[in-house]
Design a protein around this ligand. Structure first.
Ligand SMILES: [Fe+2]
Ligand SMILES: [Fe+2]
Length: 350
């Protein structure tokens, strides 16, 4: 990374934004040491929570950390913003705490009420934080605007149907921000892959937008949608009612929407199969990757990537390994025809 940046400086190549982010991260916070006890968390991300999932520390020297915020206390927005004004971008959590206490919180709630007034609608709330991530990733403003418009128009059209409008209300509320956020990101990523595949037409963009926004509304609430990221083994260990809700949220919703003329067959299939075609982790029908359509392939890979970003707390250094993991996981059957478009779409994330 440093060598590549030096080369950029010598040859006046433009370094990619993601490279700069990772470089700054390394320079300011040191290379990640596998034995290191602490994990850095961007203060912007902490500001999205309502309570401290665990203790937060500030780095004083390479080896000294000072405890600043206590587990379970309410997030102190003014103090956190004060640190940001002093150019402190990251606080730290203990590695054990990160894995045992932060995951659910980061994937469960992207934005806290502390950041917003009650009057703002859910779309604006989610967009505010997610947009800054997308810009940091180097995704163009015009693409983001385009996806936003397609989602906006699709939601307006869909909400004319009372039954669908009721489903869309699940996006409201603080605990639904993961539900909205990962759906929105999935739509952005599907658009990027479709573009590389040469499939970027208004029809496909609308299909991806509608599928992205609806795909998890089979969950009873934004709160249960957080189980979206659980492994099949974790799901099987859940109590029966919850287990059935998680396993069937896709097919049940597809069935419920099957008589809606506004929703195409392609979208219904994506909704029903968005957890299928990934080998042992496929559910609920364990459909092989040979029986997944190419639209579904684009959706499933983009979805896996968007959900994965929450699990790595949007850490720029972990994005490349995450992309490689998604490519690895979806490298069989009909996914083979999509892999190059997926890799191309995210080739800037080196
Ligand atoms: Fe999802
Ligand atoms: Fe899902």
């Amino acid at each position: 990374m440093v060598n590549r940046l030096k080369r950029c400086l010598v040859f006046k190549e433009e370094p990619k934004r993601i490279e700069l982010l990772s470089f700054l991260f390394d320079e300011l916070y040191g290379k990640e040491d596998p034995n290191q006890e602490f994990i850095p968390i961007n203060i912007n991300l902490i500001l999205t929570l309502s309570r401290n999932p665990c203790h937060f520390y500030i780095k004083i020297t390479e080896k000294r950390f000072l405890k600043l915020f206590i587990e379970d206390d309410e997030i102190n927005v003014s103090k956190l913003k004060g640190y940001q004004e002093k150019d402190v971008a990251y606080l730290y959590v203990l590695k054990d705490d990160f894995y045992s206490k932060c995951n659910d919180l980061f994937r469960g709630s992207l934005i806290s009420k502390n950041m917003h007034t009650e009057n703002e609608d859910f779309v604006q709330k989610a967009n505010q934080v997610i947009h800054s991530f997308l810009i940091d990733f180097g995704i163009s403003q015009s693409l983001i605007k385009e996806v936003h418009q397609v989602i906006d128009e699709s939601l307006k059209e869909l909400s004319k149907d009372n039954e669908i409008n009721d489903l869309l209300l699940k996006f409201k509320g603080n605990e639904s921000m993961f539900l909205y956020g990962h759906s929105y990101l999935t739509s952005v990523f599907c658009t990027m892959v479709a573009e590389k595949k040469g499939w970027k037409t208004m029809k496909t963009l609308q299909a991806f937008a509608v599928a992205s926004m609806l795909h998890d509304l089979g969950f009873s609430s934004g709160d249960t949608a957080k189980y979206e990221t659980n492994t099949l083994k974790e799901i099987e260990n859940c109590p029966k009612t919850l287990r059935e809700e998680i396993l069937n949220h896709g097919p049940r919703l597809a069935e419920q929407l099957s008589n809606k003329t506004k929703i195409s067959e392609d979208v219904l299939k994506i909704i029903a199969h968005h957890h299928e075609g990934k080998g042992e982790e496929s559910y609920p029908r364990n459909i092989s990757s040979l029986h997944i359509s190419q639209m579904e392939c684009i959706f499933n890979m983009s979805h896996e990537f968007s959900v994965g970003l929450y699990a790595i707390a949007f850490n720029p250094r972990k994005i490349r390994p995450l992309i490689d993991k998604v490519v690895d996981r979806y490298s069989t059957g009909n996914y083979k025809a999509i892999i190059n478009a997926f890799k191309d779409a995210f080739s800037d994330f080196q």
